[in-house]
Write a protein that binds this ligand. Structure first.
Ligand SMILES: [Zn+2]
Length: 565
C-alpha cells in the first residue's frame, strides 16, 4: 500500500499527529532486543519501532527518510571531548601526517597566503617527529615561514613550537620564567630554541591567535575568565562552538561529555540552546585543579543546581591525576626506562581522597585523567576511600585514559563500580599514533596491559569509548574501526579487539548509561529521546578494516535533523 492511499481516508489533523519523521528500510540496531527496519519519531521522542511496512503505515504527512539498507542506530555519544578547543582547531592549519620541513613548507605557505590578517599563524597537531629524532626548533619553522609569526601545537597539547618571529611577538625569545612544570627551552646561543613546554610557557603565544588563547578555555584554568568576556568575545566564542557542533553532527554525534568546564561555558551553551544553534546535548563538568582547595567542589553542586536540562547539564567533577607518557609526566609505579624518574601525581593522595569523598558525598560523579599505572592506582584508592566513607552507591565514577595499569588493579574496577573511559585511537592499535618501541618509553611488561580495554571489560569493568577531541579527530567511525579491527603491532601488544556491536554499544547505550540517562537515551525504543543516526552503509556488512570510511547520511537530535549529507 502506498503512503498516499493510506492517508486518503484520514482527517488532516490526525494525519499530522501521527509522526514528524519516519525512517524506513534501515538495519535498525535498537540495543533493546531484536533489530528492526524502521522507526517513527514525534515530538522529539521515538514513537514506534518495527518493520518498514508497519512504520510506513504510520507515516501520514511525516518526513520520510529512506535509509536504503544503511545502519540506523542511537546517535553517537562522545563521552570525552574538549568542545571549545576542538571547535577552535577546525579553523587552524592541521599538520597531521606532515613530516619534514619541505612538507611543512608546502602546507604552511598557502595557509599564510590565505590568512593575511592573522597576527600569528597557528597550526595544530604538529608531529613530535617532524624532523625525526631531533627536537623541532624555531629554525625549522623559520624555514617554512620566515617572515611572519608562526607556531604549532602538538596533538596532546602539551608542547608548542614557535618560529623566531612568534617568539619575538610573544616576548619569549630571550626566555621567561614560567614556574615549575612549564619551560621555555633555551639554546646554547642564549635564545629560546622555539620549544615551549606546557601551558604557562606557551600561553603568551596562544594569546596572539585570533581567539586570544581562549581555545584553552577551561582546559587549564578551570575557573571562569576574569573579567567576564564582553559581548563581542562571547559572540566569537559562540561562533566557534557552533562550528564545532556542525562538525560533530556531521559525524553522527548527538551528545557530548565535555571534560573542561566553568560557568562561562554553561552560560554560552544555554544561550545557544535558546538561539537554536546547540546541535548536540552537552554535559559540562566542574574542573577541580590540584591547586584548588577541596571546598571548590561545592561549585559543581551549584552548576548542577543551575543547569539540569536535557540539552545542557552539569553533574560531574573533573580532575587530573597526572600528565602524559610522551613527556614522561604520567605518574608510573616504576621509573621510566633509562631514567631515575617515575614522575609524580598532581594531587597528593590525601588531597585527592578528600576531594573524592566530598564530591561523592554530594552525589556528584567524578572523572579523573589517569594515564600512568600509579595514577590509575591512586585514583582507584580515592574512589575506594569515598566508598568507605560514604557507603556504596551507584556512583559511576570514571577513570579517563588508563593507558597503563598494573595487573593487580584490573580486578578492582568491578567491585568499586568504576568505569573505564578509554579512547581507542590513543592506542597505537588505532593506527593514529605510532607504537612505542618496546622498552623505549615504557617497559615491555607494561605494554602487556597498555590500553587494555578488552582485558578490563573481561574483568567486569564497565567500558565506554570516546575520542578526547581534539587530541584525535572527533570522527566516530575511525575510532570504532580502531577498537574493532586495530592495526598489526609487535607481539608484546596483546590483542584487544572487540566485536563491532559491543564497540557501537560502548559509544551509544553505555555512554548514555554513564551519564545516568540509560532510561532516556542510548537505545531505540518507544518513549526514548529521538537521538538517531542513519549511516550511509550497513556497518555489519562492511569489512572491519574499512569501517572508518562509513559516514552518517542523517543525524537527528531530539527529533530535529542536525545533519543531512
Ligand atoms: Zn581530555
Amino acid at each position: 500500500m502506498a503512503v498516499g492511499e493510506l492517508c486518503l481516508g484520514l482527517p488532516i489533523y490526525m494525519e499530522k499527529q501521527m509522526s514528524d519523521i519516519v525512517i524506513l528500510n534501515g538495519r535498525v540496531i535498537t540495543f533493546d532486543g531484536p533489530d528492526a527496519e524502521a522507526i517513527a519519531i514525534k515530538d522529539g521522542k521515538v514513537t514506534a519501532v518495527g518493520s518498514t511496512a508497519e512504520i510506513r503505515e504510520m507515516a501520514g504527512s511525516a518526513q520520510v527518510i529512506d535509509a536504503q539498507g544503511g545502519t540506523v542506530m542511537p546517535g553517537f555519544i562522545d563521552s570525552h571531548v574538549h568542545l571549545f578547543g576542538g571547535a577552535a582547531e577546525l579553523d587552524f592549519l592541521n599538520l597531521t601526517g606532515v613530516i619534514g620541513v619541505e612538507a611543512l613548507t608546502a602546507v604552511a605557505r598557502p595557509y599564510s597566503a590565505a590568512r593575511p590578517d592573522d597576527k600569528l599563524l597557528f597550526a595544530c597537531s604538529i608531529d613530535y617527529a617532524l624532523i625525526g629524532d631531533r627536537s623541532i626548533t624555531r629554525h625549522d619553522l623559520d624555514a617554512a615561514i620566515p617572515d611572519r609569526p608562526f607556531a604549532a601545537s602538538t596533538a596532546d597539547h602539551h608542547t608548542v613550537y614557535a618560529n623566531t618571529k612568534a617568539l619575538e611577538l610573544a616576548g619569549l625569545l630571550h626566555g621567561a620564567d614560567c614556574g615549575t612544570g612549564s619551560e621555555v627551552v633555551m639554546g646554547k646561543d642564549g635564545l629560546a630554541t622555539g620549544e615551549l613546554l606546557e601551558a604557562a610557557a606557551f600561553m603568551p603565544v596562544l594569546e596572539m591567535t585570533h581567539l586570544g588563547g581562549r581555545e584553552m578555555l577551561g582546559m587549564t584554568t578551570g575557573a571562569d575568565p576574569i573579567p567576564a568576556p564582553d559581548a563581542k568575545t562571547r559572540a566569537i566564542d559562540k561562533g566557534v562552538i557552533a562550528n564545532g557542533y556542525k562538525h560533530c553532527a556531521m559525524h553522527g554525534i548527538t551528545s557530548l561529555h565535555n571534560m573542561d568546564g566553568n560557568f562561562y561555558q554553561l552560560e554560552l551553551l544555554a544561550e545557544m540552546e535558546a538561539e537554536g544553534t546547540l546541535l548536540c546535548r552537552t554535559e559540562i563538568p566542574m574542573h577541580l585543579k590540584h591547586t584548588d582547595p577541596v571546598e571548590r567542589v561545592d561549585e559543581a553542586a551549584e552548576m548542577r543546581a543551575k543547569y539540569s536540562g536535557d540539552m545542557v547539564w552539569s553533574n560531574r567533577v573533573k580532575m587530573f591525576m597526572d600528565g602524559v607518557i610522551d613527556s614522561k609526566t604520567a605518574y608510573m609505579l616504576e621509573n621510566y626506562p633509562n631514567t631515575d624518574s617515575r614522575s609524580e601525581p598532581l594531587f597528593s593522595a590525601e588531597h585527592f581522597n578528600e576531594a573524592a569523598i566530598r564530591a561523592d558525598a554530594m552525589g556528584l560523579q567524578i572523572a579523573v585523567h589517569a594515564i600512568g599505572d600509579a595514577a590509575v592506582r591512586q585514583t582507584l584508592d580515592g574512589y575506594e576511600a569515598a566508598q568507605k566513607a560514604n557507603g556504596v552507591r551507584d556512583s559511576r565514577h570514571r577513570i579517563e585514559h588508563i593507558e597503563t595499569i598494573h595487573p593487580s588493579d584490573i580486578p578492582r574496577f568491578k567491585p568499586l563500580g568504576v568505569v573505564a573511559s578509554m579512547q581507542p585511537l590513543h592506542s597505537p592499535r588505532g593506527g593514529f599514533f605510532p607504537a612505542y618501541e618496546s622498552g623505549d618509553i615504557i617497559h615491555p611488561h607494561q605494554i602487556e596491559t597498555a590500553f587494555a580495554w578488552k582485558t578490563l571489560r573481561d574483568a567486569g569493568a564497565a567500558l565506554i569509548f570516546s575520542t578526547d577531541w581534539p587530541v584525535v579527530p572527533v570522527d566516530v567511525m575511525p575510532t570504532i574501526q580502531g577498537a574493532v579491527a586495530g592495526v598489526e603491532l609487535p607481539s608484546v601488544w596483546l590483542d584487544q579487539r572487540l566485536p563491532l556491536r559491543e564497540v557501537l554499544a560502548a559509544y551509544t547505550r553505555d555512554n548514555a548509561w554513564v551519564e545516568f540517562n540509560e532510561h532516556r537515551k542510548g537505545r531505540l525504543r518507544v518513549g526514548m529521546m529521538a537521538d538517531v543516526v542513519v549511516m550511509d552503509a550497513d556497518l555489519d556488512a562492511m569489512p572491519i578494516d574499512q569501517l572508518g570510511s562509513a559516514m552518517p547520511a542523517v543525524t537527528i537530535c531530539g527529533g530535529r535533523i542536525t545533519f543531512e549529507a
